[in-house]
Design a protein around this ligand. Structure first.
Ligand SMILES: Nc1ncnc2c1ncn2[C@@H]1O[C@H](COP(=O)(O)OP(=O)(O)OP(=O)(O)O)[C@@H](O)[C@H]1O
Length: 345
């Protein structure tokens, strides 16, 4: 099954084209309000586009001439919360989809048992949904979605409501059951993107900011959001023998990929661990140096992450104390050119 979506929603400033190939899992990433839920709603049939269309294979689901109701789309949407029917057992919740599609009771229960076993929830069949933990509930919700034999599965931050302790096991289960299916998964998490997705699409302000294989986007981000979840610092500018930023500073680094032309949009990307922090600008150093105001300090193992707006520097706890850092302190972030990757966006 392949998905083609190209749709606009005027009052949300949304204009996105998204394709999902047969058997492909695409992770949708982006900051709050970027348009991720709008995308899922358009595909699931919870929202009509102002223009454009949604196709599953050759079937037009939404468009100028077509409107297929949500329950006829063969698209399963899995929300952050399991949303199980409280008055039905786990087994009957999962059997509900095949039963509604006309399967006989015994057959639909057989299907339900199969999918419960697949997601590692076979022993929960007789429970009431009220007696499930968050992680168990999400497993049952995944089984229910798969039992309906959807052609496309939409997952809206499936791990968001779970304890960090149970998320890894569910992620492994999803990795197994999503393989070879056509899936769109919304996530804020780099690990989800890397482990679950073949490709990531980053949305910003209702537009596609960048897309590509997950490992590539996270290693060489071009959008601010991808850099942030990859844990990398990014400065944006125009090529001028280095990266000339909006405030006029010139950042030197190692150019990777095609050589930029003067004026091309480029980014300088580096690891927070490569940034040294000084109270006074280091004199006579060939390093890149930026004056920044500390906005936040976060413990990070035996280090401290010093945030200054979108930039971060990791220093030892001892150094943070020695520098007497606090929000509002002005410092110099310094990074060697050899630690900075520069490329065209
Ligand atoms: N029901 C609605 N009516 C009008 N505008 C909406 C509605 N829901 C969302 N929007 C707007 O549409 C834009 C995209 O929102 P959307 O919910 O799709 O973003 P998102 O990427 O899913 O964000 P989040 O990570 O916060 O869930 C935002 O500007 C938002 O304010």
């Amino acid at each position: 099954m392949t998905l083609h979506l190209h749709a606009t929603v005027a009052d949300r400033g949304y204009d996105v084209a998204l394709d999902v190939a047969d058997g492909e899992t695409v992770a949708l990433l982006g900051p709050n309000g970027a348009g991720k839920s709008t995308t899922l709603d358009l595909v699931a049939g919870l929202l009509r586009p102002d223009s454009g269309a949604v196709h599953l294979d050759d079937r037009e689901l939404s468009g100028d001439r077509a409107w297929v109701a949500p329950h006829d789309r063969r698209v399963a949407l899995l929300a952050q919360e399991p949303l199980l029917f409280p008055h039905l057992s786990v087994l009957d919740n999962v059997a509900f989809g095949p039963r509604s599609a006309g399967a006989r009771r015994a057959v639909s229960r057989e299907t339900a048992r199969h999918w419960l076993a697949e997601v590692g929830a076979g022993d929960l069949a007789d429970r009431s949904p009220a007696r499930l933990s968050g992680g168990q509930g999400q497993r049952v919700a995944v089984a229910r979605a798969l039992a309906a034999d959807p052609r496309l599965l939409l997952l809206d931050e499936p791990m968001a409501a779970l304890d960090v302790a149970v998320a890894p096991a569910l992620r492994q289960t999803l990795r197994r059951v999503l393989a070879d299916r056509s899936v769109v998964v919304v996530t804020h998490d780099a690990l989800d993107a890397l482990l679950l997705a073949d490709r990531v699409v980053v949305l910003e302000d209702g537009r596609v900011a960048e897309e590509g294989p997950a490992a590539e986007v996270l290693a060489r981000p071009r959008s601010a959001f991808a850099a942030r979840i990859a844990g990398l610092d990014m400065l944006r500018g125009r090529w001028d023998g280095g990266v000339r930023t909006a405030d006029g500073s010139l950042v030197h680094g190692l150019v990777t990929g095609p050589e930029p032309e003067p004026g091309d949009p480029v980014v300088a990307v580096f690891r927070p661990a490569a940034v040294a922090v000084y109270r006074e600008p280091p004199g006579g150093s060939p390093r890149n140096a930026f004056a920044v105001e500390v906005t936040d300090l976060e413990p990070l193992g035996d280090q401290v992450r010093v945030r200054a707006g979108d930039l971060a520097a990791d220093v030892t706890t001892y150094a943070a104390a020695e520098l007497d850092l606090a929000p509002g302190t002005w410092v110099t972030f310094s990074v060697k050119a050899s630690e900075v990757a520069v490329y065209r966006t």
